[in-house]
Structure formats: structure tokens, C-alpha cells
Design a protein around this ligand. Structure first.
Ligand code: WT7
Length: 646
């Protein structure tokens, strides 16, 4: 099945922005003359002061420095809102679809402008200035977009914390970027259940000091405790301010946002994106990858708490004057037909979701899909993890009725926007392949020593030169940025992914090669789950690995050694599962826990994860070399008590 190829539909080749010829020519220009290419592309934005320089980047590990359009001045909020008012003030900017199917509303560009200005003025009234960090812990309501654009308007740096994260995770992120203000809601609403956001903020603020204002948007109207002099309801604050607010002129390299993401070691990293290059890249990729044309209704099902929500719900689409749909709920509530019903309700043309959702909806049965029309659909997208060809074919045949090309978009929090992807009018598709690089992106596959491999091959995916959307640093820790991304293979940006390239030059992402696992398209550091586990008083040692999971892509498999005298019971497993959920959040919930009297270690005490991965995969017939084990006996016990028997 992986040999299947899907040709470009004639209507796409004729009507899309680029066909294959144009792709090849533009790609060639983009890599041969990046200054000329991006210098032109950059003009898609409104600049307060135009740039005279374009690319100024170095991947030399002694001097990693990434600057794009460095002398230009602009404002992201002006580009996403104000500049559309002249021609599109009555066009819908955001369609909001509530968790409850009876609730939805449309926000025009004129209304977006007023709401963003009000939010910006509320921020100012609370002392927020250019360069300040603002933590956003909001559910999927329009105020989340207003808040982001309000920060950009006044030059503040937002840090969105996904509303599914625990109070502890929130506290850690507030502390790391030293933010003095949190924007939240009374409660969120997902799949009919309430999420106690304000209560979580209160719990976080018992662990971190320095926050002087908490602004609370009323979503459910639930009764929440308010601390005098610290907590304010947004509606009361907004009633006091004007619906106009001037934009702060920002240098292209001024920070726009921080977004925390998991790595292979330590605490989550604050990925920092800046203003000019990020917006140029987000808007250009949004237009070309989704072949967005004026009037199209575009829906990305991500949450604004992830980078996909930043670049492809808010910044890319709004910079393009698009109509972007924002969905508060979940794909299977009230039924597995929800996504297809929303597509019919709002005449969605472009639908972008994650393989984990596709697999879950495929499992629910075709009748939920086929009872809906979906005739508005013209393009489908996938993101977050490798999509298995079976799910790809179902998405293509059943959801898209063989009419809609699928763009399987590979990228990362760090990359700011899509790097490897089909273009719908240009690229012959192969199910399971992210296909070819976007303009200006130069991928390469290297061996363990960093030697570039040519032709059809497999190895580690690196990018050899910068693109405008690339992260600039880790907030507050440039050295960690250099160490993490530029020292493994000198001179290249290391993605952390394994990759195969076929004889046609198509790229097939094979998954992470570091200690990061991908659970339902969410990135989880095994080290984070391990440190949550060992923080439990009954746990002495823990090792966490990923294993193949039918719905989630990867599941979380935990090997746990207990303190002397503790009983390995099922109740304790339940307790540990709940513990990790409350330490990190439900997305980190262990799928399988195995109590182990000992972990396989080398004589120098290093845990041999390769062996733990094999046992978790139920592939212990191929354990490889175990001769360096300090105590080979532990392996037999681990195999006998394995939790994932196929
Ligand atoms: C990791 C980045 C940026 C989108 C949301 C995830 C995996 C992402 C694909 C894809 C295969 C993919 C990679 C990557 N990934 N998209 N189309 N095919 N793998 O962002 O949390 O920063 O995770 O997600 O392993 O490194 P993220």
C-alpha cells in the first residue's frame, strides 16, 4: 500500500497557486538566492519601516545566530487585523464553534479589531509594556485569539500554556519566564465537561510568586474564588477601556512569543519566536500549503496551546485575511460525527487535523462520516506524527471521497511553520510521506557521525540552513539552544527525527530518535514523566519509554522500582497514574506501568533504554548486545512481567 501514488487532481493543477513546474522553479530560486527570494516574499506583510537586509544566519556552533529582515519594523497585530479593515471589515475573521453544537458565533474583522484593541488596553491598564511576558491559560474561545493579538499589539511576549496542563506545569512556566500577569477563564468546557482553570491558576500561584494580576474571562459563569487586588474579571476591565489602541512598532527580531515544549532532557524549553520572519513564514506556508484563496473557510482542529494553533489557527490565517474556524470541543462529542457536521454547518473548505483523531474517527465507523455531505471540502491536512498509510487511505477515500488531496505537513514547535509538505497543485502524493521541502528549506539525512547521505537512504533528519520561521533561542538559555540543536551534527540544525528518503527524493519521517515520545501528536519528554514518578514517596527509580499504540501513535510505558517494603499492587498503579496526571497533566497519563525489582544498567550505572524499549514493544527476541549489562538477570524478570503482550 505504501507504493500507492495519488496524482494531482486536474482542477488543483489548474487553479492552485503553484503547479509542479512552478514548485521546481520557485524552490530552485529559494535555495540559490535566499535573499532575493525571501526579500520578495517579505513584501506580503505591511512594514512600518521596510527592511534592507534579509538573511543573516549562522549555524556555526561557536556562534549560532539567526536573524531575518533584521532592520525592518512592523507589528503583527496590525498585519493580522488593521490592514484588512479597508477591504474586509465585514468579512468573518473567526468562526467560533462551541463545545455545545447549539453554540457558535462569527467575528468579523471589524469586531476582531475592537476586541483586540480592548484587550490590549486592559493589558496596558494592568501595567503590561513592550517586552513583558504574559502567560495565557485560556480555553478555545475567541478571547484566546484576542489575547494573543493584544500582546502582539503592545509588544508583550505571550507564553500560552495549554489549558490541559496541571497547576504545577503552569507554575513552572510562569516562573521560567517571570511573568507578572496571567490571562485565564473561570472554567473551560470540553466534551461536556468543565475544566477548573481559575482554580488551577490559584493552585499554581501557591507555588510561584511575582504574579500581580490575574484576568479572568467568564466562559461558563461558574462561581470562582477571586482574590482582591489580584484577580479581575475581564468583562469589567474591558468596560472601562477604549476600543482603539495604537500598535507598538516592533523590530523584526523582537520576540513575539515563547512556547514551552518537551525535550529529551530536563524541564520543558521556552522556544522563542520573533516577529518578522515568523509572520512571513507562517502566512506564506498557510497560503501555499493549504492553497488558501479569498473566501475559503479554513479549519485547523488544534488547540492554541500548541504551535499548530499559533501558526495555523491565528497568525498565518489572520495575516492572510482568511476565515479561520476555532473549535472549543473534541472530535467525538456529542458523537463521532461532530467534525463532519461542523464542516457541513460552516461549509468548511480546508480541514487540518492530526492522525490520532483520524484513527479514532476511523475506528468509530464510516456511517458517522457518510451520513454527512462534506461537499464543501476541497483539501485535507495532517500534522503531528507520522500518519500510517491505512489511516491516510481512509481519510482520502471516506472523508475526502477521493476528491481532496491530503497535505501531510511535517514541522515542529521549533520550526515555527511547515517545512516538509506536499503542495496540493504540485505534488504527487504517497500515503505516509510528507513528500518534499517547502521553499527555502534544505533538508539532509546524516549518519551517526554527521556525514551527509545521498540518494535513497535512511538516517537522521537535519536542516542545513535557516528559514525565516525558525526559533531564535531558548528563552533565557541560549547555551542550551546551541547544545540541543547545533552540536550533535556540527553546522546543521538537528530535528530529533529519523527519516528515510526514497528514490524520488520524497521524505518519510520515521519518528523521534531521541528520548521524546509522541503521544496523540503531543510531545512528551520521557525524562519529565520519570521525574514526576520519582517525586512520589513510594517510588525509588523509574524509566519511561514509548511503545506503539493503535490510537495514540505511541503510548507511555513506565518501569517503576519501588522503595523497600512497598507492595506492587494494582491500586498503587492507579495511584501513580493519577499522580503523574496531577503533576504534569492528563496528556502524560501512563498507559502501562510495570513494577520492576531492578532496571537494566551498564556497569557504569547507565540505564539501557534500548532494552527497555524492545521489551515494551514486545520485541525482546531482538534485544541486541546485552553483554555490557551489570546484572543480566534483571532482563529475564522484565520480560516475564512485560505489560504489552501482543
Ligand atoms: C514532532 C514535533 C508542529 C506540529 C505539531 C507537533 C512529529 C510532526 C509530523 C508529520 C511525522 C511529525 C515529529 C516532530 N511530527 N508532524 N507530518 N509526520 N512526524 O509539534 O510538538 O513540536 O512535535 O512531531 O516527530 O519532531 P511538536
Amino acid at each position: 500500500m505504501t507504493d500507492a501514488v495519488i496524482p494531482v487532481p486536474a482542477v488543483m493543477a489548474d487553479n492552485a497557486y503553484v503547479n509542479n513546474e512552478a514548485y521546481l522553479a520557485m524552490y530552485k530560486h529559494s535555495v540559490e538566492d535566499p535573499d532575493g527570494f525571501w526579500g520578495e516574499v517579505g513584501k506580503r506583510l505591511d512594514w512600518i519601516k521596510p527592511y534592507t537586509k534579509v538573511k543573516n544566519t549562522s549555524y556555526d556552533p561557536h556562534n549560532v545566530s539567526i536573524k531575518w529582515f533584521e532592520d525592518g519594523v512592523l507589528n503583527v497585530s496590525a498585519n493580522c487585523v488593521d490592514r484588512h479593515l479597508a477591504t474586509k471589515s465585514d468579512q468573518v475573521a473567526i468562526i467560533w464553534e462551541g463545545d455545545n453544537p447549539a453554540e457558535s458565533k462569527s467575528i468579523t474583522y471589524r469586531e476582531l479589531y475592537e476586541n483586540v484593541c480592548k484587550f490590549a488596553n486592559v493589558l496596558k491598564a494592568h501595567g503590561v509594556k513592550k517586552g513583558d511576558r504574559v502567560t495565557i491559560y485560556l480555553p478555545m474561545i475567541p478571547e484566546a485569539a484576542y489575547a494573543m493579538l493584544a500582546c502582539a499589539r503592545v509588544g508583550a511576549i505571550h507564553s500560552i500554556v495549554f489549558a490541559g496542563f496541571s497547576p504545577d506545569s503552569l507554575a513552572g512556566r510562569v516562573e521560567d519566564c517571570d511573568s507578572k500577569i496571567i490571562l485565564t477563564a473561570d472554567e473551560g468546557l470540553r466534551g461536556g465537561r468543565k475544566v477548573p482553570l481559575k482554580t488551577n491558576v490559584d493552585a499554581a500561584l501557591e507555588k510561584v510568586s511575582g504574579v500581580t494580576s490575574v484576568i479572568v474571562v467568564k466562559r461558563t459563569g461558574g462561581d470562582v474564588p477571586m482574590t482582591d487586588g489580584r484577580d479581575y474579571f475581564y468583562d469589567a476591565e474591558a468596560a472601562k477601556v477604549s476600543a482603539d489602541c495604537p500598535v507598538e512598532p516592533m523590530n523584526a527580531e523582537d520576540p513575539l512569543f515563547i512556547l514551552y515544549t518537551s525535550g529529551s532532557t530536563g524541564k520543558p524549553k521556552g522556544v522563542l519566536h520573533t516577529t518578522g520572519g515568523y509572520l512571513v513564514y507562517a502566512s506564506m506556508t498557510h497560503q501555499y500549503v493549504f492553497d488558501y484563496h479569498d473566501g475559503d473557510v479554513y479549519w485547523c482542529t488544534a488547540d492554541v496551546g500548541w504551535v499548530t494553533g499559533h501558526s495555523y489557527i491565528v497568525y498565518g490565517p489572520l495575516a492572510n485575511g482568511a476565515t479561520t474556524l476555532m473549535f472549543e470541543g473534541v472530535p467525538n462529542y456529542p458523537s463521532p460525527a461532530r467534525c463532519w457536521e461542523v464542516i457541513d454547518k460552516h461549509n468548511v473548505n480546508i480541514f487540518y487535523t492530526a492522525p490520532t483523531a483520524i484513527r479514532a474517527l476511523m475506528g468509530a465507523g464510516d456511517e458517522h462520516v457518510t451520513k454527512t455531505s462534506r461537499k464543501s471540502l476541497k483539501l485535507l491536512g495532517s500534522v503531528g506524527e507520522p500518519i500510517n498509510p491505512e489511516a491516510w487511505m481512509w481519510y482520502y477515500n471516506v472523508v475526502g471521497e477521493k476528491r481532496c488531496p491530503i497535505v501531510d505537513t511535517w514541522w515542529q514547535t521549533e520550526t515555527g511553520g511547515i517545512l516538509i509538505t506536499p503542495l496540493p497543485g504540485a505534488t504527487i502524493l504517497k500515503p505516509g510521506s510528507a513528500t518534499r521541502p517547502f521553499f527555502g528549506v534544505e533538508p539532509a539525512i546524516v549518519d551517526a557521525e554527521g556525514g551527509i547521505l545521498e540518494g535513497a537512504t535512511e538516517g537522521n533528519l537535519v536542516i542545513t540552513t535557516s528559514w525565516p520561521g525558525q526559533m531564535r533561542t531558548i528563552y533565557g538559555d541560549h547555551e542550551r539552544f546551541v547544545q540541543t540543536y547545533f552540536t550533535t551534527y556540527k553546522g546543521y540544525y538537528f530535528t530529533g527525527d529519523g527519516c528515510r528518503r526514497d528514490a524520488d527524493g520524497y521524505y518519510w519521517i520515521t519518528g523521534r530518535v531521541d528520548d521524546v515520545i509522541n503521544v496523540s501528536g503531543h510531545r512528551m519528554g520521557t525524562a519529565e514523566v520519570e521525574s514526576a514518578l520519582v517525586a512520589h514517596p513510594k517510588v525509588s527509580e523509574a524509566a519511561v519509554v514509548g511503545y506503539p499504540h493503535d490510537l495514540k501513535g505511541q503510548g507511555i510505558y513506565c518501569y517503576v522500582t519501588l522503595m523497600d517494603g512497598e507492595e506492587p499492587t494494582d491500586d498503587l498503579k492507579k495511584e501513580l497514574r493519577n499522580w503523574v496526571r496531577s503533576e504534569i497533566g492528563p496528556i502524560a497519563s501512563p498507559d502501562l506501568i510495570q513494577f520492576a525489582p531492578g532496571l537494566p544498567k551498564t556497569r557504569s550505572g547507565k540505564i539501557m533504554r534500548r532494552i527497555l524499549r524492545k521489551i515494551a514493544e514486545d520485541e525482546f527476541g531482538s534485544l541486541g548486545d546485552t553483554s555490557t549489562l551489570a546484572d543480566p538477570g534483571v532482563v529475564n524478570d522484565l520480560i516475564d512481567n512485560r505489560q504489552n503482550r501482543k
